[in-house]
Write a new protein. Sequence first.
Length: 248
Amino acid sequence: MKRIVSLLLIFTSIGFGLFSCKKDKSTVPDMGYNYFPDQVGKYVVYDVDSFYYDNNFSPVKIDSFKFQVKEKIESIYSDNQNRPTIRLERYRKYYNSSTPYSTLPWMLTDIWAENKTATTVEKVEENDRYIRLIFPTKASQFWNANIQNTYEERMFNYLFLDQSRTIGSIQFDSVLQTVYDAGAILTKREYRTEKYARNVGMIYRQIIDVESQPGTNPPPNFFQIPIMQRVTSGYQYTMTVNSFGIEP
């Protein structure tokens, strides 16, 4: 009898232990860290389209530019706070209608820095530090992307998480989108958004920062026209993933 009771206690302990392990494993929170992988050699190539509106001309002159940007994690070093810091090398290929991108050489144009902490992704672009993501990634999260620079407050939030999306010509299973939308007023439109894919990183960025002033002789229905159809100054900038991978 004692032997039977002992065996029952052993099996009960084992079962409880397995249940506990399973329960503990299932409750480990997903912080979303792999939306921003930091492996040395990882790169993403983007197709870039930009439009600049010059109101020194009448009608307004629109200059458009096309090029490719490659962002590559070249190495990781310690910054002056002894934090692991990504050295991000940025290369560019300028569009040529008679020459395919594949035959053009990459030209190193910038070296930026990134810090991935337990709670943030911080990116230093042209000496200005921005908060690009915060952890954990949750739909209810809001943050000021400019809290570590001198620019005005821009409150970003997660528009969606873990959604399947096709960006460019590539299908991604788990995508999140961040957005800052100041809304459209009669004379200004500012909108900024980025999309990230798990195990890839940023796969899309769009910036719209334009103004629309009536000038001296505006049409009578000027303010009834959608603002994006009557832009007088500012710019639009879009980066769309073209390819990604790992290099030595």
